[in-house]
Design a binder for this molecule. Structure first.
Ligand code: TMP
Length: 236
């Protein structure tokens, strides 16, 4: 399958049309942004890591009963996916306090929760992705009640499957962000990516950060962190 016209360029990916109107090609870039695009940079090799990691995660999730947009990995950076209409919600699951949770509620990072939390943001860059609850999402007609229930069910399932999987790699899945899409038949599938850009991944033994927080917080060792996750995923 070949790329035809570019449909969209986001902060970390480009999306191309193909000859098949039901399929798109996603192309992962090394560009990195944080704080709604205020901070800009490049993470060498990130596009390859994120593409290949996302595809592994999507295939694992499909096997576990979570439908995804994944069709076929075409190259190191390019993947064929089902064309979806993205539901404009960022769905965040947390297992451990970190990031904006720690900041909002005035707690330290690293508190392990008894139960995972879920929250939604309205995916809208102009508004800075404001937090909202499911009633707000319904009021704004971002999704139906049934869609929100399905999204919640899939998001918690993703957490179960990926938390277990990362544990086998010596990684703690602290939190992550998901996006879902609608297929032409109206069904909901997991879309976007699952990568060190969209997850907090801490080494189980040392709590070393192996994710984009190293870029957001100018910690250094950004490329090495992405490479380390990739190495563990590849079983090296
Ligand atoms: P937060 O603690 O900053 O709210 O982030 C929660 C999770 O969501 C974390 O794993 C990083 C991810 N995330 C994104 O993927 N995109 C974003 O724009 C933000 C703010 C967070």
């Amino acid at each position: 399958m070949e790329k035809t016209v570019q449909l969209y360029e986001g902060k970390a990916k480009k999306v191309f049309a193909t000859e098949d109107p039901a399929l798109c090609i996603v192309s992962y870039k090394d560009d990195a942004t944080a704080f709604n695009g205020l901070k800009k940079g490049t993470i060498a090799g990130k596009g390859v890591v994120n593409n290949r990691m996302s595809n592994l995660m999507m295939q694992l999730l499909e096997k576990s009963g979570v439908p995804t947009h994944f069709v076929e990995e075409l190259s190191d950076r390019d993947t064929l996916v089902k064309k979806v209409a993205i539901v404009p919600l960022e769905v965040i699951i947390r297992n451990v306090s970190a990031g904006s949770f720690a900041k909002h509620y005035g707690v330290e990072e690293g508190i392990v929760f008894d139960e995972p939390t879920i929250e939604f943001s309205y995916k809208n860059d102009e508004l800075g992705d404001p937090l909202l609850n499911s009633y707000h999402a319904l009021a704004l007609k971002l999704a139906t009640k049934e869609e929100i229930e399905t999204i919640k069910k899939y998001a918690f399932k993703v957490n179960e499957v990926l938390s277990e999987y990362f544990k086998t790699l010596g990684i703690r899945l602290v939190d992550f962000k998901l996006e879902f899409g609608r297929l032409p038949d109206g069904s909901i599938v997991l879309a976007d990516e699952i990568s060190p850009d969209t997850c907090r991944l801490w080494d189980i033994k040392t709590n070393e950060k192996l994710d984009k927080d190293r870029f957001r917080r100018d910690m250094g060792g950004v490329e090495d962190a992405y490479k380390e996750v990739f190495k563990r995923l590849m079983g090296e």
